[in-house]
Ligand binder design. Sequence first.
Ligand SMILES: NC(=O)c1ccc[n+]([C@@H]2O[C@H](COP(=O)([O-])OP(=O)(O)OC[C@H]3O[C@@H](n4cnc5c(N)ncnc54)[C@H](O)[C@@H]3O)[C@@H](O)[C@H]2O)c1
Length: 405
Amino acid sequence: MFIYKAAVVGGGAMGAEIAQVISYSGLPVILKEVNDALAQKALEKIRHIYQGRVDKGKMTPADLESKMSLVQVTTRYEDLKEVDLVIEAVPEKLDLKKQVFKDLDAALPEQAILATNTSALSISALAASTKRPEKVVGVHFFYPAHVMKLVEVIPGLTTSEETITDAVTFCESLRKFPVRVNECAGFLVNRLLMPYLNEAAFCVEEGSATFQKVDKAMVEFGFPMGPFVLVDTIGLDVCHDVVGVLLEEYGNRMRPAKIWGEVHSKGRYGVKSGAGFYNYSGDGEDKTLEEIMKKLEPGRPSKKAPFSASRLLLTMINEAALCIQEHVSSPSDIDLAVLAGIGFPQAKGGILQYADQVGIDAVLSELEKLNEIYGDRFFPAPLIKRMVKAGFLGEKTGRGFKEHL
Ligand SMILES: NC(=O)c1ccc[n+]([C@@H]2O[C@H](COP(=O)([O-])OP(=O)(O)OC[C@H]3O[C@@H](n4cnc5c(N)ncnc54)[C@H](O)[C@@H]3O)[C@@H](O)[C@H]2O)c1
């Protein structure tokens, strides 16, 4: 199905940016908000993004006006009756989203696709609140949506292949990199990222490294920023919610390090609150964090592994293997997702490409060693064991997660 006109419901942090991305691709877009003031605010935000491009000499003022003419705002669902695809971006509350889906189902033409930008809610549950469950799909943009290239396209239990293809093609037309992710808690990026961030926290909590040492090691590996700077940037509150969802679904292997809860409970949400794992208030002294570290000291494990960058990466490799096993995503989409969504070093080609370079037998032996010390969170994915038995050892045997000709 060709998308001639799209809509976005909710013009907050994500919705306004998504509407900008759609208009930038040359497609008319209508943005629905709850009242005129918020609709105008969203419109201003879209203009502000374009103005940034004009200021950098990347577009002319005339181009700006031409793109803005593609954007309409409204407060009424009736105005969405001619759109082919809508992206819902209202706050992350299931009941609210279900109501929005019911209203969209009633207002939009029957062939229209209803997409959601939810970070963690079930696509299948949202689909069930409509009379067109085969037309409901997750289209998960990353913040800031006008910058980040990755979009997770998430079919639910009832989404048709046609809807998935249309959603993927639509994202490509926006010059994004869509990856198909079959529905699971955390989808793909958060599911791979959180164990990595959590391991960073365990290393510090147990006294194997300082925050600075961990961050420096991961930057040296090639990440644009270390895990603690990343959490402080995303927001500890946001990460805390995601970790909760993962723990509920996957159990003990996603058990968060205690330090997360301690820092979170002090209202330290990261850059936006002035402090998180680091202090951004400028006074240098950070008694609170010192006290947290002291409080956690008695709980430190007696047996522990030394800190290494590979310890953090192994959690990501193992989770990626579980995702492949569960048919959540393909190896090439997983590598694209970590490159475009997590900032994995481009030169290393992605987490699975990296695992293939290291050798799958070496990955398994390291996981087994760490599993003996730490238990569940390093329990090797059965796929990794199977690959080693079959001689799929990575680059050195021509085949691992990927083929190496
Ligand atoms: N902020 C992020 O970093 C981020 C990243 C990826 C995905 N998401 C997801 O995107 C969605 C939106 O998040 P956000 O951060 O933009 O939220 P937000 O609170 O900034 O914006 C939500 C907007 O929706 C509007 N709204 C509420 N009910 C509405 C209705 N019935 N009709 C029209 N508009 C309505 C609100 O007025 C508000 O402006 C959530 O599901 C969130 O999980 C957020």
